[in-house]
Design a protein around this ligand. Structure first.
Ligand SMILES: [Zn+2]
Length: 324
């Protein structure tokens, strides 16, 4: 599918001021209330064409950060990829050398040859100091927002409590690398650091910016670092209620493209519920791809970044929503 099949309605923000930062690293801002409380980290532009989070953080900065407790870090992550952004070829600006959200292993972080591994290594101390991470993304195809929480119960509980999206995806990540949200303390069962990744909707959908603002607002409220009265006024004009009972979907397996010869049987958008086990949803290198069980949900199907080894869709089961 060509980029131009779907309207891209989000302009690239001017980040001239935001990239200055205040800690000696481009695009990194850190604020300390001087009072006890958690250290919260919001990240945008992990992928260079995912602009909704950059808009939300830009607005938050422009409004002036006024913390009541703890610390807050704002990070515009992959500026090198963002700098290549072209609205007519937006998929091409996802990353420069390697997907920034697949490099969070010691081995890849020590690679000094790639733009993204260098940048991730520089940002690492700010990731490691965070007690709460909200990593803000958007999606290749139009679909409802989903909160991606990993597999640890504390993150599933926070996701349910936050009510940022109607769907919570419980998943172990991707076969082709480790995400920031699974790195270090965030992935340790015995730690108490929390990490959520919000997929705010289609990359070019203006509604994705609203979802990014709402996600930021909810984590600021739940972490207690900043009260609502200090948020940008326009964020509060149309108050939004948290989702009361998000649907929890557990990813059971990814479908990984074996070659460039991968097709779907339908233009799946994501979150489709396939009733029958064995339904053919695509062809992978000539072989049918079948749903592995009844009532299987398709998570983020997309061929926009198709290369051998990339995840093109994931299968998920519905779980009872935990009380918390
Ligand atoms: Zn992304």
């Amino acid at each position: 599918m060509n980029d131009d099949k779907m309207a891209f309605n989000i302009e690239a923000p001017d980040l001239t001021q935001e990239r200055v930062g205040n800690v000696g690293l481009p695009g990194v801002w850190h604020f300390d209330s001087g009072k006890p409380g958690p250290s919260v980290l919001f990240t945008a532009l992990v992928h260079g064409n995912e602009l909704c989070g950059a808009w939300a953080l830009k607005e938050l900065l422009a409004n002036g950060v006024n913390l009541q407790n703890g610390k807050l870090t704002l990070m515009f992550c992959n500026l090198a990829a963002f700098d290549t952004f072209d609205i007519n070829r937006h998929d091409a600006s996802r990353f420069v050398d390697i997907d920034f959200n697949r490099v969070w292993t010691e081995e890849r972080l020590s690679n000094t040859d790639l733009i993204e591994t260098q940048r991730a290594a520089a940002l690492r101390p700010w990731v490691e100091q965070a007690d709460y991470l909200l990593d803000i993304h958007s999606m290749h195809e139009p679909a409802p927002p989903v909160l991606v929480v990993g597999t640890l119960p504390r993150n599933i509980a926070l996701g349910v409590q936050a009510g940022i999206a109607d769907y919570i995806i419980v998943d172990p990540g991707h076969p082709d690398g480790v995400r920031m949200r699974d790195f270090g303390r965030f992935g340790q069962p015995s730690d108490d650091a929390h990490a959520l990744l919000i997929e705010c909707g289609y990359h070019g959908d203006l509604a994705a910016i609203d979802t990014a603002r709402f996600a930021v607002q909810r984590i600021l409220a739940l972490s207690g670092v900043m009260s609502a009265e200090h948020l940008p006024k326009e964020w509060l004009e149309q108050p939004r209620e948290p989702a009361s009972k998000p649907k929890v979907l557990t990813v059971t397996e990814p479908v990984v493209a074996k070659s460039m010869d991968f097709t779907f049987t339908q233009p799946w958008q994501g979150m489709e519920l396939i009733e029958k086990q064995g339904t053919v949803i695509g062809y992978n290198n000539g072989h049918p791809v079948r749903t592995p069980y009844d009532h299987c949900t398709l998570i983020m199907p997309s061929l926009r970044q198709l290369i051998p080894g990339v995840t093109v869709v994931r299968f998920a089961r519905t779980e009872p929503t935990p009380d918390c």
